[in-house]
Structure formats: structure tokens, C-alpha cells
Design a binder for this molecule. Structure first.
Ligand SMILES: [Zn+2]
Length: 292
């Protein structure tokens, strides 16, 4: 089973942090159109995790995705990482996001992805927050170490029923593979840009299931510049040293030239489901249970 997901926040980030440039909105829209056309051509449905602010600031973008028959999921309200929020802040952020998206598209939000996979050992309470906001399925766990967070002790790379403090959530973690003694992801983001397509497809075949994940920013051919110190610190909430800013620049831009072509080939050759479709095919009573 392969699941296809996109995280949608670029318009909001451009408006809030990057200068509100008309040409960037046009570029994002062009890539979203390319994605929607490709999905239509291949009769594929995907889940688009949108930040709540997209619903209030760019409602037509979200409505257009929903009108194409894709699942809209929640990707927080303002793309602040959950591990940088208190439980109270996370509850407020999720509530606002879920309400805005539900009001816009007239459907319940059941699927969630945290910005930058920011649910880990230290903020497992997030699952209570999500359940309180009506979320039933989560796709935020990155079961390996990563720059910001990750949940390396999670121990599952297939759908699993999580129980935390009496609350249950269906978890769809990112899948990882062993490489040079480390667990690494391969089916989305910078990892997808980095690895050759044959490697990604081979790993997808071997894995019990695959969760593919992309931001539109992963697919744009043009590189964005190095962030300003102020912009970096406001967005990443850590010191905007030259080293930190260049590291982020490299990670955000490596392998971009080929990314769209790779994605197009992947979607044309593999079968994908949205999270909503995948959920309907899974017998959850037979899935692994994970008590957190
Ligand atoms: Zn995101």
C-alpha cells in the first residue's frame, strides 16, 4: 500500500515571512495545477494537509483541491512546530486550524500532520490534543532521528493504533530504511530529492507500506535564496547563524532540478491512495497496538 500526501503552506509562508511576492504565488499555483492534473490523469486521490491559515487567507487554493476530490487534512494553523508549543498553545492552534478548514470545505477534519514531523518522546500529549479536536488519524511520526525532533524510539514503520492516556489515534508513520547503520527516510521531502528514483522505488517495494510526502517547495526548480537572519530566527525559532542558514539552504534546495520529473514518473508507475482511502482498507483490529 502506497499513500500519497502533500503539505500545503507555501502561500502562507510567502505572505508572512518571505515578502508577499505575486510571482511566487503564481509559481505555487502552477505547480499545484500540475499536481492536480497529474492526479486526474492517473485517477489518483491524495491527502493534502493544509495549514489553517490557508483556509482564511487563500481559501480558493484549498477549495480547488477539495473540488478535485482529494482529502483535505490539517497541517496546524500557522506551521509552528508542536515541540515548540505548550500543550495549551497546541490545543488552541489545532482547534483554530480544524475549525477554519472545516468551515471552508464543509467536511470534518479527520487527518493530521504536524509541521516538520514535530511529535516526539517529549510531547506525546499531542495525541490527546488531536483527539480533542476530532482528529482520528495522524501522519506525523518520523521514527528515526532528524534535525528537529523525530521519534526514534517509536519502533514502527507501518500503520499502528496508538493509545496514549486512554486516547486512541490511528498512526501512519513515515517509513524508513537502514543505510550505513542509520535509519533514514526515502519517500518524501529532501530524502526523495536526494536518492535516485530506482532506489526509492526499490525501497517502496520492500517496505510493508509507504508514506510519500511532499511540499510544493520540494518540487520547484528554482532555488530560494539564503534566508535573512531575522527571517530565519522568526521562522525556525533558533539562532540564525551563517552556518545554520546555509545548512538549511542546502537541505531545502538539493536535488530540486529533477524533483518534479521524478515525482511524475513515480505517480505514473505506482498506485497510490489518500489517507482516507487507505484507512478504509485497513483492518485496525489486526494492526499493531502501541501504548505510549
Ligand atoms: Zn509543512
Amino acid at each position: 500500500m502506497n499513500i500519497l500526501t502533500f503539505d500545503i503552506e507555501e502561500w502562507f509562508i510567502e505572505k508572512e515571512f518571505s515578502g508577499n511576492r505575486g510571482e511566487k504565488y503564481a509559481e505555487y499555483q502552477a505547480y499545484l495545477d500540475k499536481i492536480l492534473n497529474l492526479l486526474e490523469q492517473t485517477s489518483t486521490k491524495a491527502t493534502f494537509f493544509c495549514v489553517g491559515k490557508m483556509a482564511t487567507l487563500f481559501p480558493d487554493v484549498v477549495k480547488n483541491i477539495a473540488a478535485n476530490g482529494h482529502e483535505i487534512g490539517c497541517h496546524s494553523n500557522v506551521h509552528t512546530w508542536l515541540n515548540k508549543m505548550t500543550e495549551k498553545e497546541a490545543l488552541e492552534d489545532t482547534r483554530i486550524a480544524v475549525d477554519s478548514l472545516e468551515q471552508l470545505i464543509g467536511k470534518k477534519m479527520l487527518s493530521y500532520r504536524a509541521p516538520a514531523f514535530s511529535i516526539g518522546e517529549d510531547n506525546k500529549w499531542t495525541f490527546e490534543v488531536l483527539a480533542e479536536c476530532g482528529i482520528e488519524r495522524d501522519a506525523s511520526i518520523f521514527p528515526a532521528t532528524r534535525d528537529f525532533g523525530g521519534f526514534s524510539s517509536f519502533g514502527h514503520k507501518e500503520p499502528v493504533m496508538i493509545t496514549y492516556n486512554g486516547t486512541q489515534i490511528k498512526e501512519f508513520p513515515i517509513c524508513t530504511t537502514g543505510l550505513l547503520g542509520k535509519q533514514v527516510a526515502f519517500s518524501g521531502g529532501g530524502y526523495f530529492r536526494f536518492f535516485p528514483l530506482w532506489f526509492v522505488e526499490n525501497e517502496m517495494k520492500k517496505a510493508p507500506y509507504s508514506m510519500c510526502y511532499f511540499h510544493i517547495g520540494d518540487l520547484l526548480p528554482e532555488t530560494s535564496g539564503v534566508m535573512s537572519k531575522e527571517g530565519y530566527e522568526e521562522y525556525f525559532k533558533e539562532k540564525g547563524t551563517l552556518l545554520n542558514r546555509y545548512k538549511r539552504y542546502f537541505k531545502s534546495n538539493f536535488g530540486k532540478k529533477n524533483a518534479w520529473n521524478k515525482l511524475e514518473k513515480l505517480i505514473k508507475t505506482q498506485q497510490f491512495l489518500s489517507l482516507e482511502q487507505a484507512n478504509a482498507t485497513i483492518d485496525w483490529s489486526r494492526c499493531p497496538q502501541k501504548l505510549l
